[in-house]
Design a protein. Sequence first.
Length: 228
Amino acid sequence: MKRFVLVLTIALVVNLLVAAQQPLTIYVLDPEAGKAALWIAPSGQTVLIDSGSPGTRDVDRLIEVIGAAGVMRIDYLKTGKVLGRFEVPGTAGKGYSHGIGMTPDQTEIWVADPANNAWQIWPNPGDARSPVYNPSKMIKPTAGVVHSWIAMTNDGKLAFIGDSSVIDVKKHKEIAVMKDEFGRRIVHTEKALYMTFRDGKLIETNNQFAVGDAKAYAARIGTKTNDR
């Protein structure tokens, strides 16, 4: 019995060590309508960001990648439950949105609104589960809004819009325009990778999907996080 317990204990410790050493794995897919990403956390939990367009083309690609990754379920799309529906007043049926993001601490949700050539802002108070539309925070980029994706710096100070604008997040104001070497606006960029260097070494990159940051959110609401 002692030998059995010892072997079982060693096997359990080995399994825990192997699980702890698993890296964050990200699969990026091209559904021909932007990008989709399958995230597999070290804990084994999975997140699917963007599932593509209706029809079988994108679904077939997703199933192929999910199968190749050995994923048996998607943890953050498994219920299919609609948590809420949020519309800009007076715009029902007038357009679509091709861009959404959150500030790192999840205090705001930003949604592209091509129908009004604007970015609409939903403040996200409390536990970030009850966003409230605030028309006074609407942002009108000088290039308009078409297929506008968004990325933010990790400190939540700057937002980079796919239609070339750089936004001061706190003031909700366009402060610069991204241009190429010929002085032309860089439009339809989808994502922006913001990198910080110190003494010639890369020390930080941003999250290109603007999906919020667990540590920043936990700090805001005063809870602990297991993220390292």
